[in-house]
Design a protein around this ligand. Structure first.
Ligand SMILES: Nc1ncnc2c1ncn2[C@@H]1O[C@H](COP(=O)(O)OP(=O)(O)OP(=O)(O)O)[C@@H](O)[C@H]1O
Ligand SMILES: [Mg+2]
Length: 443
């Protein structure tokens, strides 16, 4: 079985990938593209599970291949092998890609990405774990320790990597989550994520905060979509909730057990109060009901993270009355920075500035004409965390996976982790099993 396909015009990359994936890789050289994408796909053996397109393919060629492959093999995972460039987001949007890989990425990063996409395809029912097993000849070879010792043609697949594949491609475990009881006296925290204008990154921050906090308090984190008109957390997390915040506010007025039935569980170990099904239903929620919901959730969960509507409308003010922390998100544009300064002044005047304030400068980039110092001068406050603009944010959200799990090494993911640490200093990146195993074996 050859689960992996490479279409590229680089002989050097081809031989590198062959040494990493051995007999599980099928290669069709990009020269066949002269006769069209279908002539390339005609040459593919069996059903490819993951296709790597590039390097040295242009946009039209990649587009044609992606279309042809997905029409004949709808479940195929697509990775474009290409440098990060400014037009990358267009590629990702238009080609429905699963991932982008730099041709200069290390062998470890390359294998890790392929492993993660394989696991994702299995978890989403698009492939079976058996599809990624080495062919019989390779398996026999690996089972024979004497041959392994004298010949090493499948170098990169031996030892840890094969075990890692097995681990990653196992059927997903049956959910065993429950609501862990809060020990008496546990201090609970509620964190509002706010911004004076739309599109600054509140939802991105909220989702990743909940994900990071769930690592230290599994199943004791709840993420509330209180962007009452246009909440989109369920979509961003690929969840299909049966019940929403409209049910949750009604249940909060009843009792705690009933309230828990209006939550949707996410595999990362947190619960979601999904956004209202329509703007009218969201608007009908009273500020008092929203406040009561947050208070009720704080009696059962260690952390309550609340995503809000842009600006300082009555619902956001009501939220701020019931939280311990606020994460203020702005980008580097002068109007947003000025609006946030006004927001700080207003909240201080009305006495609603939460005791813990975290200022996040999101989507920062060089060449914006402003430095962080300039931004701080306009804000009249220090910036606590700077999160760079990164195409990985869009990729993660298109895949419906929290960024800090989707691409832990991305600079934006690392910066968001430092926001998590500000709220829960004990939080530190969870090491993945595969990395632990490799380290153990190398000792
Ligand atoms: N650091 C970043 N780098 C690149 N893109 C980002 C970054 N942060 C957010 N984005 C993108 O910006 C867009 C807006 O982000 P997000 O939805 O999180 O903002 P929001 O404040 O919740 O918006 P809204 O006000 O519409 O609810 C999304 O497409 C998201 O992928
Ligand atoms: Mg949002």
């Amino acid at each position: 079985m050859t689960p992996f396909l490479l279409v590229s015009r680089s002989a050097e990359y081809e031989s590198r990938l062959r040494s990493l994936l051995g007999a599980r890789l099928d290669v069709v050289t990009g020269e066949f593209l002269t006769f069209g994408a279908s002539s390339v796909v005609d040459r593919v053996d069996g059903t490819p599970r993951i296709a790597l397109l590039g390097p040295v393919l242009n946009y039209e060629e990649t587009h044609g291949l992606a279309e042809e492959l997905t029409s004949r093999h709808p479940d195929v995972g697509l990775i474009v092998v290409r440098e990060q460039r400014s037009d990358l987001e267009d590629w990702v949007d238009e080609l429905a890609l699963h991932a982008v890989l730099s041709p200069d990425a290390s062998d470890e990063t390359t294998l890790e990405l392929i492993e993660r996409l394989s696991a994702w395809l299995v978890q989403h029912g698009k492939a079976s774990s058996r599809d990624f097993e080495p062919p019989a000849a390779v398996a026999a070879h690996l089972a024979d320790p004497v041959r392994q010792a004298v010949e090493t043609p499948f170098d990169a697949l031996t030892g840890g990597d094969v075990v890692a594949y097995d681990e990653l491609t196992q059927a997903p475990p049956v959910p065993t989550w429950d609501f862990p009881p809060l020990e008496a006296g546990t201090r609970t925290e509620a964190i509002a994520v706010v911004a004076p204008k739309g599109g600054q990154g509140k939802t991105t921050l909220s989702i990743n905060l909940a994900t990071g906090l769930a690592e230290i308090a599994p199943n004791s984190v709840v993420l509330v979509d209180a962007d009452l008109q246009f909440g989109d957390i369920a979509t961003a997390l690929s969840l299909e909730p049966d019940r929403t915040i409209v049910d949750a506010v009604a249940d909060a007025a009843a009792d705690e057990i009933v309230l828990k039935t209006s939550l949707t569980h996410h595999d990362a170990g947190f619960f979601v109060v999904a956004g209202a099904p329509s703007p009218e239903l969201g608007d009908a929620i009273s500020t008092a009901a929203l406040g009561l919901l947050i208070e009720r959730l704080r009696t059962s969960f260690r952390y309550v993270v609340v995503d809000t509507t842009p600006g300082l409308g009555e619902h956001t003010l009501a939220t701020l009355e019931h939280v311990t922390d606020a994460v203020f998100v702005t980008n580097m544009s002068v109007p947003s920075l000025r609006a946030m300064r006004t927001e700080f002044e207003l909240l201080t005047t009305v006495g609603l500035m939460p005791s813990n304030r975290h200022v996040v400068l999101n989507q920062s980039e060089r060449g914006s004409g402003l430095t962080v110092r300039d931004a701080e001068r306009i804000l009249g406050a220090p910036v606590d965390v700077e999160v760079p603009r990164s195409s990985a944010v869009l990729l993660a959200s298109n895949r419906g996976i929290p960024l800090i799990h989707d691409d832990a090494r991305d600079p934006a993911a690392k910066a968001i982790r430092s926001v998590v640490k500000r709220i829960a200093p004990e939080a530190s990146p969870k090491r993945r099993k595969i990395q632990r195993r490799r380290t153990d074996e190398s000792q």
